[in-house]
Every structure is written in C-alpha cells, then in structure tokens.
Design a protein around this ligand. Structure first.
Ligand SMILES: [Cu+2]
Length: 335
C-alpha cells in the first residue's frame, strides 16, 4: 500500500519470465477516477535467462479506455468516451515503423478497467507465442487477438504486406474513438488502411497440448451468480468481504471449477499463481497457463493450480466493477 505522498521500496526476484504488468488495485466502487479506471498501470517484461524467441522488433501495446461514465441512471454499466493505445488515440501518436520481412513481437496488455478488446491488423495475421506471459504449448496463427481486462498476449507478426495499416479494435465505434495505432512500412505513404477481419471465435484450446491434463488431488466448485443485498456478484452464494476463503491443498494439484451461472463474461484472476486451463467452454485441454481466464457467460471453466506459494492470495474478477461489488475471495492453503 503506497499512501498519498508516501514512498515504498520493494526488491524481489522476478519470476516467471514473460509479459507482466503492474497496476493500482484500489477499490473504486462508484468512483470512476481511481483503480484501473485511472492511468496507474504499466508493462513489466521479465526477461528469460535464455530467449529462444526470434524476432527483429519488440513493440509494447497497452490498451486503455478513458473518461468513464455511467451508461444508465442505475449506475450499473460503465462506458468510456475515449480509447488509447500506449496513451495516444489512433492517429495522435507516432506510428510503429516497420520494414518488409521483419518479424515483430507485439506484447499486448489489456489495461482496460472493464472492457474486453479484439484487435486486428489488416493484411496480416498474429502468431501467438505466449498468453499472460507464459509460452503456449501450440504456437498458432490467428486473425484476431482477444483480450479480457488484465490479459496479455505475445504475438509475432511477419511484415509481408507493405503499406500503412491500422492495428486496431475490431469495433468501429471504439476504433473511431481512439482504439488503434498506425503500422507504417518504410517507404509507404498514404492514409492508414483498415478492413474488418474475417469472423473469428477466440478459443484458448487451440493453443493447448494434445495430452490430457493430470488428475487433480482436490476439486473446488466456485459458483458465480448475481449477488443479493445490493451486491452485484457472489461466489458460492456470498459476496466479498463475506465470501468464504478457498482453502487449497498445500502442495497439491487443486482444480478450480468456475461455474458461471450469469449472463455476463468474467475474466477471473488469481494472484501469485499460474492456473492451467483443463476445460474451457466444454472442451478438455492442457498446456495453457494463465493468471487471467475468461469464463464466458453460462459456461463452466476448469483450471488447475499447484499450491506451491503459501500465504494469502486474492482471487477476483478482473472486471473492476465486478471486483468492487462482491466478486472477490481470499485463497489460502490447508495447514
Ligand atoms: Cu466479472
């Protein structure tokens, strides 16, 4: 906790390697000026001891939405007036300058408080190398990157289509309000071009491995439902701070079963651990390791956590408005 006009110094050994980020974790509630609504975030790249990835240029892409407001008198839905990539609206900042035949590594962070984003780059595709900083089991080429709040994607783009392009949000209104950045090939001229990507359904399982995941030692059902008594969200019938702590078996393989009985998507996030997705929207998989996992509306998602980092850990939805209104719990280990 860093108070106003306060100063703190922490030192730590960063691990695991990969694309990470930092942000304020303040509860915002109805105050849309603090927490992840604010600009208090940034990217942290933990370099591996040896780097097997091969690329010519590394480009950070931080997505954020600004000037939040309540979309209705009920003060339940947050909307945003402006969008940015790396702090600039589309067209306002410097373009990303590339050359033909370069392999460009885009490190993308969705630093939005509440919104998922889908990104495309006309005339190019994304080869996804890592999710939430962790290398994927199957490197896969996709036309669209989809990121829920808090998620990260590392993707390599082969620059084979000279021109001036928009790397942007698929949604026209958001792109018009700033959600994009210009990609400019050396020697290319003209207005930045956009065309809608082919229809594409984002599915974590394409990045997985073929062998089934190991059986868990213990299962933890987590039912996600709308809350009562003014709380929007509940986990197993209770809203934070009343939520029951989730007690993981120390050293064991703990299976978290997210049963989303609501009509909204939830990007669930666990601090201090990495979860391996073992079932996503009906499909079994393994080898996809993340710390934020999208649990789609009316779907069940299962993910395994090896309990090897004792202490209190926070579990919550990374959608700020959900987290602030009940969707949070503590996790600790059995003694
Ligand atoms: Cu949520």
């Amino acid at each position: 906790m860093v108070q106003g006009r306060d100063r703190r110094r922490y030192s730590f050994t960063p691990q695991p390697s990969g694309t990470r980020w930092y942000h304020t974790h303040a509860m915002a509630g109805h105050n849309l000026r603090i927490g992840t609504y604010s600009g208090q975030f940034g990217m942290v790249v933990v370099a591996p001891r040896s780097d097997p990835a091969r690329y010519d240029l590394e480009v950070p892409i931080l997505l954020h939405a600004w000037e939040p407001y309540f979309d209705s008198d009920m003060r339940m839905d947050v909307a945003f007036a402006l969008y940015s990539v790396n702090g600039k609206m589309l067209g306002a900042g410097e373009p990303v300058r590339v050359r033909r035949a370069q392999r460009v590594l885009f490190r993308v962070v969705n630093a939005s408080a509440t919104l998922g984003h889908r990104l495309a780059l006309p005339g190019h595709s994304f080869t996804v190398a890592a999710l939430d900083g962790n290398p994927v089991s199957t490197v896969q080429k996709v036309p669209v990157l989809q990121l829920s709040p808090g998620e990260r994607v590392d993707a390599i783009v082969e620059m084979t289509n000279p021109g001036v392009w928009i790397l942007g949000e698929e949604d026209d209104a958001q792109r018009a309000a700033g959600a994009g950045i210009v990609i400019e090939y050396a020697g290319a001229r003209g207005r930045p071009q956009w065309s809608p990507p082919p229809k594409h359904v984002w599915d974590y399982s394409v990045f997985g491995a073929t062998q089934p995941a190991a059986d868990p030692d213990v299962r933890h059902p987590l039912v996600i439902e709308p809350g009562k008594d003014g709380n929007l969200w509940a986990i197993n019938g209770k809203s934070y701070p009343q939520t029951d702590p989730v007690i993981l078996r120390r050293g064991g393989r703990n299976r978290l079963i997210f049963d989303n009985r609501s009509s909204m998507d939830h990007p669930v996030h666990l601090h201090r651990h990495t979860m391996e997705i073992v079932r996503w929207a009906g499909k079994p998989l393994s080898g996809v390791r993340k710390d934020v996992i999208l649990v789609p509306a009316h779907q069940t998602v299962e993910a395994d956590v090896v309990a090897s980092n004792p202490g209190l850990s926070l579990f919550h939805c990374h959608q700020q408005f959900h987290m602030d209104f009940g969707f949070m719990a503590l996790m600790r280990y059995s003694s």
